[in-house]
Design a binder for this molecule. Structure first.
Ligand code: TXE
Length: 508
């Protein structure tokens, strides 16, 4: 079978998915009624499904259903063993449909199948397994230092969680929110990106058999300014967990401020990838390429600002560009495809525009920067690298969110630390060096939430993931999610009653 024939077969995954995507409220999909929006396959530009936008009334119904399930339903009080069973059933359902979900995700996002099937869908399933296991060991605190008292600190579910997801890794990132929120006993209203709702909608179909009580999970679909704004501004929610752009995060936090509600924000990045001259050259090269071109470069944690130390800079950039130009661009479902299309025409144009912006700022184009010859129908663009001499240039400061590497050359360790930290973002940082002391020194002073030394991105869900500065608030991962999706309650109980001061009594 040729790659193209295999791709045609995989498109059958669409047959199982909802072609008319609607909300899911109080245990059932709602009938299509909202504004109809096309869902595109970015590899062809063709419409593959229709999204029926949830208006403010539907959002209200979804929040009410979640509120009712939280205030009156069994889920928040359900024992750990029963909750674990539900979470594991969702894990199993995702794995049983992994091929189909991966194909669907690739069709809707343009991310190559090797990455959706190899990483994102198994990760989506694992999120549920991880939190099923995590809650087994989660515990409160007990203090006995206050004489005569037991002071108990316990965690309770937060309430109704609004979970707003992005388009770059739709199921992988939204499932982390959903798994954690459910594990800690919350009820939810999920809003995927209006561009990539297919796998989350399919998950809602699959979750139907997993034992969740009615109203615990609800789904709304639609654009940010309609459905997203109605959800994040709704008085019935208790918190928002959001992954997306920094400007959107700012708007949501503004809406939440009125109700003094909390949020978890996983926002943008422009992460530094620092290659010292004592690095293992080949590994650093492999890591730098993967760090900026995986997931079509549409990753918050992309190592998109590459700093190379002068003695190896020329050789490194040459090798990088040669490999970059051999990256296999093609149908996301095609065997061997390494880079698919951008999510939409605007993201494609954004890539091309930044070449002009960079050149206007004095940067040099090292390679790429154009549309792909013969692939005009989809949103394909060449992987791109530019060399800049000005860290304050827009090219080095703004998140492009595509397969676009910006190189800078540095001389000294202190200098590169300064340059790396000169950013409004602080999500991740990559350091390549064989010097143990240098690796620790640099890791200690980079102002970012995660540092990867001599490795491209790897995630350990036990550890925290999130950003400094404008890259976000809160941390995902085991304890981070526990903090995010629970309220903390302190209960003090006297074990030896102390005399209580009698106001108005004989000792007044
Ligand atoms: O995402 P948006 P956009 C970055 C990346 C990208 C930029 C903009 O730089 O170029 O953000 O992308 C919902 N109230 N990232 O505009 O709008 C929206 O419907 C409530 C980084 O496409 O942030 C979608 O579900 N919700 C990133 C979600 O927010 C609102 C991933 C994200 O969309 C809303 C994606 C509102 N007022 C983009 N407005 C990462 N951190 O990985 C929009 N939404």
């Amino acid at each position: 079978m040729t790659g193209a024939e295999a791709a045609i077969g995989l498109r059958d995954a669409l047959a199982a998915a909802p072609r008319n995507v609607t909300g899911f409220v109080a245990g059932g999909f709602v009938r299509p009624h909202g504004e109809a929006l096309p869902i595109a396959d970015p590899a062809t530009g063709q419409t593959v499904a229709i999204l029926h936008e949830s208006d403010a009334h539907e959002v209200d119904a979804a929040v009410r259903a979640a509120r009712h399930a939280f205030d009156h339903g069994p889920w928040p009080k359900t024992g750990i063993a029963a909750r674990q069973q539900v979470l594991m059933a969702i894990h199993d359902a995702i794995m049983a449909h992994a091929d189909e979900l991966a194909a669907l995700e690739s069709i809707n996002t343009g991310v190559p199948l090797a990455q959706t099937r190899g990483m994102h869908i198994p990760r989506a399933a694992y999120n549920f397994k991880f939190f099923a296991e995590y809650i087994n060991h989660s515990a409160g605190e007990l203090y006995q230092q206050e004489e005569g008292f037991l002071t108990l600190v316990s965690r309770e579910p937060m309430g109704v969680c609004a979970l707003i997801g992005p388009w770059n890794v739709p199921l992988g990132l939204t499932s982390m929110k959903l798994a954690a929120a459910l594990a800690f006993g919350n009820t939810c209203v999920v809003k995927p990106s209006e561009m990539t709702p297919l796998t989350v909608a399919r998950l809602f179909q699959l979750m139907g058999d997993c034992g969740l009580p009615e109203g615990v999970v609800n789904l709304v679909n639609g654009r940010g300014h309609v459905t997203g704004a109605a959800l994040s501004g709704h008085p019935g929610i208790d918190m928002v967990s959001f992954t997306g752009g920094t400007e959107t995060g700012r708007a949501i936090m503004g809406a939440l401020a009125k109700g003094i509600k909390g949020s978890a924000m996983e926002l943008g990045g422009k992460s530094a990838n620092i290659v010292f001259d004592d690095a293992d050259f080949d590994r650093a090269l492999d890591g730098a390429l993967l760090g900026v071109f995986a997931n079509n470069g549409q990753m918050c944690l992309a190592g998109s600002r590459i700093f190379v130390q002068r003695p190896i800079a020329e050789r490194f950039m040459e090798a990088f560009v040669a490999r970059m130009q051999s990256i296999r661009i093609g149908d996301p479902l095609g065997v061997g495809t390494e880079l698919g299309p951008m999510i939409n025409a605007a993201q494609k144009q954004r890539m091309i525009d930044y070449v002009g912006i960079g050149e206007g700022e004095g940067a040099t184009l090292l390679g790429g920067g154009k549309t792909v010859p013969g692939m005009a129908t989809g949103y394909f663009v060449q992987p791109t690298a530019m060399l800049s001499h000005d860290n304050r240039a827009r090219l080095c400061q703004e998140e492009i969110f595509g397969p676009f590497a910006t190189f800078q050359v540095f001389d000294e360790e202190d200098e590169v630390v300064w340059l790396a930290n000169e950013s409004r973002f602080g999500l991740a940082g990559y350091v390549w060096t064989e010097g143990l002391g240098r690796a620790h020194r640099v890791a200690q002073v980079l102002r970012t939430g995660t540092i990867w030394v001599n490795t491209p991105m790897v995630r350990d869900l036990r550890s925290a993931f999130g950003g400094y500065k404008e890259s976000g608030i809160g941390r995902e991962g085991g304890r981070g999610c526990e903090a995010m999706y629970t309220e903390i309650k302190t209960t003090m109980i006297p074990v030896t009653p102390r005399p209580i001061h009698k106001l108005g009594g004989s000792n007044a």
